[in-house]
Design a protein around this ligand. Structure first.
Ligand code: GRF
Length: 190
């Protein structure tokens, strides 16, 4: 079954781009209908435009998260999205938003969950002294970084790593597992 995807991204958008490239290469049977950002100048918006994908900025008001979420949900529904991808989306979604798309929101997180939830997971891994870390794609639930795991990849931690070098090594794997997770969701639905 070919899925229609909606992406939420706050920043550079490399995970979005990796998924889009898999689609363009014919290795992933899906379409990204829209990319939404909470940041007006997010590079992800430009990347989407360059790939002919509708890109939309909805302003984020910290004092009332529901304004962004209502606009984002309406945009996703207007584009008939079957599956939402959080790809470097740096806001915590309310249970109301998550429950509007139950089991249909995925997130990618740069650690082997359930270890190192939240911010700076790569630095958390270094501080803990683990020899292996990695990345996880999981279904989003109301509890942060805690929903059912769909795909993971392991990445070795080198003695000389710092947050930047470990993040870069993990990011390479992130760029393969998001598409893998979407294929897995497609398999489950067919
Ligand atoms: C990635 O490391 C992702 O796992 C985390 O934020 C980063 C986003 O990178 N949630 P990009 O915007 O996809 O390049």
């Amino acid at each position: 079954m070919s899925l229609t995807l909606g992406v939420l991204a706050s920043g550079r958008g490399s995970n979005f781009l990796a998924v889009q490239k898999e689609i363009e290469a014919g290795r992933l049977d899906a379409t990204i209908a829209v990319l939404i950002s909470d940041r007006e100048h997010a590079p992800a918006l430009d990347l989407a435009r360059e790939h002919g994908i509708k890109s939309v900025h909805h302003a984020y008001d910290r004092s009332d998260r529901t304004v962004f979420e209502k606009a984002a949900a309406e945009t996703l529904e207007a584009h008939d999205c079957d599956l939402m991808l959080l790809a470097g989306f740096m806001r915590i979604l309310t249970p109301d938003f998550i429950n509007r798309f139950p089991g249909k929101i995925l997130n990618i997180h740069p650690s082997l969950l359930p270890s190192f939830k939240g911010l700076h997971p790569q630095q958390q891994a270094l501080d803990a002294g683990v020899k292996f870390s990695g990345c996880t794609v999981h279904v989003v639930t109301a509890e942060l970084d805690a929903g059912p795991i769909v795909a993971q990849a392991v990445v070795p931690v080198e003695d000389e790593d710092n947050e930047d070098t470990l993040s870069a090594r993990i990011l390479e794997k992130e760029h393969t597992i998001y598409a893998e997770a979407i294929r897995e969701i497609e398999r489950r639905q067919s």
